[in-house]
Design a protein around this ligand. Structure first.
Ligand code: IMP
Ligand code: MG
Length: 187
């Protein structure tokens, strides 16, 4: 996937902060999300589909994505928290909000903003897998391809992302920038 390198214009959303360049414009994202929706539609012929968004980062991506999935589905969310740096390497992840919906027997599509080290996903896949879903797949808007021990392949990927800190379209830096309609780099 091509990177679209553009200078950041005078965007009043940025308030003079250090966003350096737009990596994926709103138009480029919209086209790709439409393609992902079509691929997901084609991949699930029958059965209950539950699209599970990992908050907060996936909130914009998920809301655009589900509108391009042309089949019946349900939506729920997960809130996960890691125990902090010391514990992170062991992949300790706690669910702060657990989906209310029954997972057993359903196709689960876990939606992530970005796969970086993959630790969060590894633990979540284990947790969700214990609930006997009919299938469990991951859809990530961005994938840095630096994770060395991913236990579960990411079946649907929006973009192979550069190894930079990215913000916008749901992704934050210290809770800022989530509302940008594009993905930008801080580096
Ligand atoms: P992982 O467990 O290292 O794969 O990281 C997962 C989470 O870290 C993602 O869901 C994001 O919330 C956050 N994250 C990782 N890389 C970035 C980035 O480049 N920008 C913003 N958030 C990121
Ligand atoms: Mg974050």
């Amino acid at each position: 996937m091509t990177e679209h390198i553009q200078p950041v214009t005078d965007d009043p959303r940025l308030d003079g902060r250090a966003v350096r360049r737009i990596v994926y414009s709103g138009d480029v994202i919209a086209t790709r999300v439409q393609e992902l929706g079509a691929a997901i539609t084609a991949a699930y012929p029958d059965g209950d589909l539950l699209v599970l968004g990992l908050l907060k980062g996936s909130f914009i991506f998920l809301s655009d994505l589900v509108r391009h999935i042309a089949r019946p589905l349900q939506v729920d969310f997960l809130v996960a928290s890691s125990y902090g740096d010391a514990m992170e390497s062991s992949g300790v992840v706690r669910l702060l909000y657990d989906p209310e919906t029954e997972l057993e027997g359903k196709h689960i599509l876990l939606v992530e903003d970005i796969v970086d080290s993959g630790r969060t996903l590894n633990r979540l896949v284990e947790l969700l897998g214990d609930r006997k879903p009919r299938s469990l797949e991951i859809c990530a808007l961005l994938h840095k391809h630096i994770a060395t021990e991913l236990h579960h392949p990411t079946r649907f990927i929006g973009f192979d992302a550069p190894h930079e800190f990215l913000v916008g379209y749901g992704l934050d830096h210290a809770e800022n920038f989530r509302h940008l309609p594009y993905v930008a780099s801080l580096q």
